[in-house]
Design a protein around this ligand. Structure first.
Ligand code: NAD
Ligand code: AKB
Length: 318
């Protein structure tokens, strides 16, 4: 069956790259990008089908799904951790309301659904090192509350209604196309821009704070790979731990210094984002994803840093 894919939140950090990548893979006319933003910024998404869809409005999702005979929804529209702490009501409405609406449309139309969870689905009482696939989840942020509830809701729609729901717990994603949208791990993107432009970076996350991270090409690969995986082999459908590396700001700065010897890092710690980071794991165990659908990232810190700096130099015309 030809895939007809709707991407929500397609103008965000993941969506801008996933849309282009999926169009190459599945055909330009088979991937419909959507977002709440009415005007696609110049150059974003490189053309192609685009619809305005506010995921809080179920009719808007349903009408686009019917218009294009969509049979797979990649649901990326969300409010991330730092913005979610500033606007918890909005985070609840968009993250829970949006997911519920997407799942309801999927139930009615028999579409498959991919939704990313996050390392934010864990909390301070979770074992922080080599965090197991199945473990204690008591997050202390609104974003984390919506992520763990979302994992459960997706499991429910699979068990109760047979909706083909799948998902991963992404770590912090690092990319050069679109800037991140207000999370806690954003420092690990901003540092590359500032290293190239100013040879220095002031980190809002303190030294010694390790978090899992991944380069965007591996994240895109994870989404497409999991959606193509044999359903009979999936035990953990909606919340696979996936990771590619774990580092703190000092380790990241030392890697950048190998390319830009004058680079220096300083600290001006933001208590809100530091508290969020402290509540998340230091490193994940992603063996279930490796076993159940062959997850295997290609980039480590060294190869990602080489590629990020090269691509950003071109983008920033430096
Ligand atoms: P982002 O903030 O960059 O993009 C989110 C997009 O959603 C934006 O373009 C925004 O305009 C759109 N949006 C907001 N409210 C909307 C609404 N009501 N209706 C429709 N669109 C709306 O986020 P991202 O980094 O691309 O993340 C996508 C998904 O991946 C989210 O579920 C996020 O929790 C998850 N995730 C991201 C990361 C990461 O590091 N980027 C890590 C873990 C999980
Ligand atoms: C955030 O920091 O909010 C995101 C995430 C890890 O979910 N990047």
């Amino acid at each position: 069956m030809t895939k007809k894919i709707l991407i929500t939140g397609a103008l965000g950090q993941i969506g801008t790259e996933l849309t282009v990548s999926m169009r190459k893979h599945y055909g330009a006319d088979n991937v419909i990008a959507s977002d709440i933003i009415t005007e696609v910024p110049e150059g974003a998404l490189k053309g192609g089908l685009y619809e305005v869809v506010d995921v809080v409005k179920p009719d808007q999702i349903a009408s686009v799904v019917k218009k294009y005979n969509v049979n797979q929804i990649v649901h990326l529209a969300a409010i991330l951790s730092a913005v979610g702490e500033a606007k918890p009501h909005l985070a609840w409405d968009v993250n829970m309301g949006g997911l519920f609406n997407v799942l309801e449309v999927a139930r009615e139309t028999k579409a498959a659904v991919f939704t990313p969870s996050s390392i934010a689905a864990f909390g301070p009482s979770t074992p922080p090192d080599n965090t197991p696939q199945d473990t204690l989840q008591r997050p202390t942020t609104m974003y984390g509350v919506t992520k763990v509830a979302g994992e459960l809701l997706c499991d429910y729609y699979f068990l109760k209604y047979g909706v083909d729901t799948r998902g991963v717990r992404f770590p912090g994603l690092i990319s050069y196309e679109a800037l991140p949208g207000g999370g806690t791990t954003d420092y690990a993107v901003h540092i590359y821009y500032d290293a190239l432009k100013h040879k220095r970076y002031t980190s809002y996350i303190n030294k010694g704070t390790s978090m899992d991270m991944m380069y965007m090409p591996d994240a895109l690969d994870a989404i497409m790979h999991l959606m193509e995986a044999d359903p009979n082999k999936l035990i953990h459908r909606n919340a696979f731990n996936v990771t590619a590396m774990s580092f703190d700001p000092e380790v990241l700065a030392a890697e950048i210094k190998k390319h830009i010897p004058e680079f220096i890092i300083g600290y001006d710690v933001d208590p809100v984002r530091q508290r969020i980071a402290d509540s998340w794991p230091n490193s994940l165990d992603d063996s279930a994803a490796r076993m159940e659908w062959g997850w295997s990232p290609k980039y480590n810190l060294a190869s990602m840093t080489t590629d990020m700096l090269a691509k950003l130099k071109i983008k920033l015309a430096l």
